[in-house]
Design a protein around this ligand. Structure first.
Ligand code: PXG
Length: 464
């Protein structure tokens, strides 16, 4: 076997990848035929591929490289920690400085009395922790029957069996025996797709009230928790109407249902605050974190837990944990990432520079004949593609056909902009500059124009 490095020809890397690397969320046989794109290096907001293309990463990796690529401070922090203490567990009455420091820092940044951190290796693991945590909390309080968790259709909470069950992705539930028992789903607050003739505000309220109806139907004594992303990310960057979260909060308060905010995408500056919960006025009992916590430089996630839950669950042994809970290298990298975010005032940059600059240009895309709506909060945004702007119409083609075409055009134009069905989504690194935003908008506009031409000539510009 050759030594496999970036110096091999692309075709050789592709062939070896196809032979041995089974990709997540991918039709692997089709990808093997098509040939995978090989990313070789990255700096700032730009990726480089094995053919030498410089690609603007409008998705910050996978919604995570908030600080941008190529920050030597983070690789230095990892190297220092690896040399000092590459690993030790946090199970058997031991700890280490990186885990202590990161937990303390997160308690300082998190709102309210979210003062305790249970570490995991990813967002999925953290949500699995949350399932067991809330059920064990109620059991410890003498209410073991309070075990149902309510989540939303088209929500995304990860891909382990527990987290995938919390998620409301029909395509995931169709494979491998999900959801597990004790998890029920209500409608997502997706006004554009599902709001019909209702105003967004009325639709937001009626979606939130499905939570109350479900609680009453099950009996409040059966419901442990509600979980939701402040903005649904993988579901297509669905920004809820302004009425939605206040009503969800009122209902959780009324019935004593624990509120879990999944901040895996919305956390760490994405919406212009440290957490999406602050942007939407949510007061969660638990926040799920990952991704932007380390800007994706090291795999780490966790649950930030309020005082009451920590006290109750702390009364007994919580029989749960991961080898890499609080991994010292990942924790050191995350700490350094948070230090850079603070020292460089990244939140101010999002709020006062990047968001206002992008907001004006993003909103203008609504003038494009294919665009039905644009949404942007902080630096997370989406556009709905439509054949019929007036009626928020869907395409006659299978959902995602046109979105996929648009994504391919973006890639060809050296822009990573994802599609979720027929919505296009962006979440660029938070350090993106106005000049880079100009490049992103220019490439996005060109790709939309090319998509329009392509679907017109292929006969796909038809409403359902
Ligand atoms: N919660 C949310 C809100 C997420 O977006 C997870 C939990 C799970 O995190 P881990 O670290 O286990 O992946 C996520 C992850 C996509 C995509 O296609 C989104 C995610 C992951 C993979 C793909 O948009 N989000």
């Amino acid at each position: 076997m050759p030594t496999i490095t970036n110096h091999l020809p692309t075709a050789e890397l592709q062939a070896l990848d196809a032979a041995h690397h089974f990709h997540p969320f991918t039709a692997n046989n089709a990808l093997a035929t098509k040939g995978v794109r090989v990313i070789t290096r990255a700096d700032g907001v730009y990726l480089t591929d094995s053919e030498g293309h410089r690609i603007l990463d409008g998705m910050a990796g996978l919604w995570c490289v908030n600080i941008g690529y190529g920050r030597k401070e983070l690789s230095d922090a990892a190297a220092r920690q690896m040399q000092e203490l590459p690993f030790y567990n946090t199970f058997f009455q031991t700890t280490h400085a990186p885990a202590i420091a990161l937990a303390a820092k997160l308690a300082e940044l998190a709102p309210g009395d979210l003062n305790h951190v249970f570490f995991a290796g990813s967002g999925s693991e953290a949500n699995d922790t949350n399932i067991r945590l809330v059920r064990h909390y109620w059991a410890t309080k003498g209410m073991p029957e309070r075990d149902v968790i309510i989540a939303r259709r088209n929500g995304y909470h990860g891909s382990t069996v527990g987290a995938g069950s919390l998620g409301g992705m029909a395509a995931m539930h169709a494979q491998g025996g999900m959801p597990i028992p004790g998890i029920v789903h209500i409608e997502e607050p997706n006004w554009y797709a599902k709001g019909g003739d209702e105003t967004p505000e009325a639709f937001g309220l009626s979606c939130a009230r499905q939570l109350e109806e479900k609680i009453v139907e099950l009996g409040a004594g059966r419901v442990a928790a509600f979980i939701g992303e402040p903005i649904q990310g993988a579901g297509g960057v669905i920004v809820p109407p302004s009425t939605y979260w206040p009503e969800i909060q009122r209902i959780c308060d009324k019935y004593g249902v624990l509120l879990i905010a999944d901040e895996v995408i919305c956390g760490f500056g994405r919406t212009g605050n440290w957490f999406g919960s602050e942007t939407f006025g949510i007061r969660p009992h638990i926040m799920t974190i990952a991704k932007g916590l380390s800007s994706g430089y090291a795999p780490i996630g966790g649950s930030i837990i309020c005082d009451e839950i920590a006290e109750v669950v702390g009364r007994t042994e919580f029989n749960h944990g991961y080898t890499y809970s609080g991994h010292p290298v990942a924790a050191a990298v995350a700490l350094e990432n948070l230090r850079l975010m603070e020292d460089e005032n990244i939140l101010d940059h999002v709020r006062n520079v990047a968001h206002p600059y992008l907001a004006e240009r993003w909103a203008k895309l609504a003038e494009h004949p294919l665009v039905g709506e644009t949404k942007l909060v902080g630096l997370i945004g989406s556009i709905a593609l439509t054949p019929d702007k007036e009626r928020r119409g869907k395409f006659a083609s299978d959902e995602g056909t046109v979105g996929y075409i648009c994504r391919e055009k973006c890639f060809a134009n050296n822009l990573v902009m994802r599609h979720v069905g027929d919505r296009m989504v962006i979440a660029p690194p938070l350090v993106i500059t106005p000049e880079e935003i100009d490049v992103m908008i220019e490439r996005a506009t060109l790709s939309l124009d090319q998509t329009y031409e392509a679907i017109r000539s292929e006969g796909l510009l038809k409403a359902a």
